[in-house]
Design a binder for this molecule. Sequence first.
Ligand SMILES: [Zn+2]
Ligand SMILES: [Zn+2]
Length: 223
Amino acid sequence: MKIEQISEHVWRCSIWMIIPVNVWVVKSDEGLTLVDTGISMMAGGLQRCFRELNAPLKRILLTHGHSDHTGGIRKIREALPVPVYAHETEIPYMEGRLPYPGRKKAEHLTEPGLVQSIDSQIAAAAGLTVLHTPGHSPGHVAYFHEQDRVLLAGDLFTSKKGRLNRPMPMFTADMAQAVESGSVITEVNPRLVSVCHGGDVVITDAKQQYEAYARSAAGNSKP
Ligand SMILES: [Zn+2]
Ligand SMILES: [Zn+2]
């Protein structure tokens, strides 16, 4: 696993499985927060990362419930039984009580009752602001590190050649809504957008970069 510090408080941990899978470790005064868990084979590497950062893991925050984001929960919690949080809208889908929009079958991705509803206080303990960004999935959220001005965007975007790109269509419930949710960058004005599947995107002009992204996403959806 590749571990790279991307800002004062944020480390990006990555593996390559056909596509890159990135998760983040955020350090604050009281310990570490893991944002997404990736797939289960990342669990060992993540525990090495926690040891190297020499601080206790306090919690897991999820951007959404898809298996490439929740697949490491069980193994990590076997060693470190920390609480897990996601947006309340997402929980019935990840627990398999509802099928994700556009899917025929519900998927049992997390243990029922395990994942708790995130609120602003829980995110604030990690120095993060939680932003509801539906579209890729109904309860998708991004996390903004205010002090470092880094947006941990999950699957709100992918990236291509250093530019924002739309999330993978095959796994996106509502692309128009996902593109609309991307406008969050014009509100929080990050310095860096880090995505789960792709390299980081440096933001120099959020408004101009969002408009270019929305235009290219609209172009892509034409038959
Ligand atoms: Zn996803
Ligand atoms: Zn994903």
